[in-house]
Write a protein that binds this ligand. Structure first.
Ligand code: FAD
Length: 383
């Protein structure tokens, strides 16, 4: 079907929403993005975008062949927590290098590309209702105004209300994992920037440099039994963070010692949605498949979704056929990636003899470890 002239409303101006808007507009759609925040912002933290996400960013003309603002990764070093001893090194995936982005920089690049493409942004407006009609979708804003589009894309994040309308009410489960996130000024130029994943009992810390090595990004994950409210995204106490990770030594101990303003975020999870579309409205990104961050794939999956969604319109005869083809193409892959991320949480947090045995196995297979996930990184949504 020709997308030309079709009107789309995208709910959510995060990475998934803007990527979907770009992919649809690039094929001739007329897209408006509705974002509740008055400005397009992301918390100051990093994102790893692996090759399966980078191919989409290139195809959407968001980045060129030498991606600006991103820092090329040369792999990941797995470390033990006490003295930061290296357990093994995982080289960059064969598919191509991962890039480290400051979230605000990546969102800025997406926004710039969207403005170049003529996408309309309505900022500071919260969508209250998205209603499917026989031949259109009615989007009603909280101020009571409404407008009609041919198709709506709900990229409204992990607490998507559109998902709830489509799939019924669901209670998010506290995963018993809490993420502390921070950046600190950094001035050590590594020739070959790598991520470090430092594993301790019930906890792990991921660090990687950002913005031409001027910042270090830190995500420290700990298991906790106490229940936290969903969406809890608070300023944390740096002294509490240091106390909880006091036995982490080596470079990561030094890095934790410099954190002044951590954010803390309880990780809640819903399963991959059963229904992703209803013939006129489709879910995309975290709204469809929230994931734990332990494969660094949530944003990458949202980018893949965006491309596959727009391409489905080329290949199908109508809106409902296109959305159904999109759901079929994406559902199983999202489920597999989400499951892989879930099992990594267990692997990183082993205790006692299990931890030592796992480390011995990692030493033996380390360099081949990235091959295990070739199926993730080799996936080219644009092919
Ligand atoms: C600690 C951590 C580390 C991570 N690291 C990585 C990584 O390295 N690599 C990676 O690929 N992924 C990573 N992720 C996952 C990634 O951040 C998310 O998967 C991705 O940002 C999801 O994008 P999205 O556009 O689907 O949703 P969101 O970014 O949540 O965007 C949803 C948008 O919708 C807006 N919105 C919601 N409701 C409404 C409404 N009713 N009306 C208007 N606007 C609305 C919100 O304001 C928001 O801007 C990480 C996640 C965490 C928690």
């Amino acid at each position: 079907m020709k997308i030309n002239g079709l009107k789309f409303g995208v709910i959510g101006g995060g990475i998934g929403g803007i990527a979907a808007a770009l992919a649809l507009q690039q094929r001739g759609g007329q897209v408006t993005v509705f974002e509740q925040a008055a400005e397009l912002t992301e918390v100051g933290a990093g994102l790893q975008i692996s090759e399966n996400g980078m191919v989409v960013l290139r195809a959407l003309n968001v980045v060129g062949d030498t991606p600006e603002a991103g820092l090329r990764s040369y792999g990941t070093v797995l470390r033990d927590y006490r003295a930061g001893r290296s357990v093994t090194e995982i080289p960059a995936p064969l598919a191509g290098p991962t890039y480290y982005y400051h979230r605000a920089d990546l969102l800025g690049l997406l926004h710039k590309a969207a403005q170049r493409a003529g996408i309309v942004f309505r900022l500071g407006v919260r969508v209250a209702e998205v209603l499917k009609q026989p031949s259109e979708v009615q989007i009603t804003l909280e101020d009571g105004t409404s407008l009609s589009v041919d198709c709506a894309i709900a990229a409204d994040g992990g607490q998507s209300t559109v998902r709830a309308d489509m799939n019924g009410p669901e209670v998010a489960q506290f995963t018993h994992q809490v993420a502390w996130r921070a950046t600190i000024p950094w001035n050590r130029q590594d020739q070959k920037p790598c991520a470090a994943l430092t594993m301790g009992p019930g906890r792990h810390v991921v660090t990687y440099p950002l913005r031409d090595h001027t910042l270090m990004n830190i995500v420290a994950i700990e298991e906790r039994s106490d229940w936290q409210e969903e969406g809890w995204r608070l300023r944390g106490d740096p002294e509490e963070l240091r106390a909880r990770f006091a036995d982490f030594g080596g470079l990561v101990g030094e890095i934790l010692g410099q954190i002044q303003e951590p954010h803390i975020w309880a990780l809640f999870l819903r399963p991959v949605a059963e229904h992703w579309q209803n013939g006129r409205i489709a879910l995309l990104g975290d709204a469809a498949h929230p994931t734990l961050p332990f494969m660094a794939q949530g944003a990458c999956l949202a980018l893949e979704d965006a491309w596959v969604l727009a391409r489905s319109f080329d290949e199908q005869s109508g809106v409902s056929q296109a959305l159904s083809a999109y759901e079929t193409a994406r559902h199983r892959r999202a489920q597999r990636v989400v499951a892989a991320a879930g099992s990594n949480a267990r692997n990183f947090h082993l205790r006692g003899p299990m931890r030592l045995a796992a480390q011995a196995a990692l030493m033996a297979i380390g360099p081949r470890l990235s091959r295990k996930y070739d199926w993730i990184y080799n996936y080219d949504a644009t092919a």
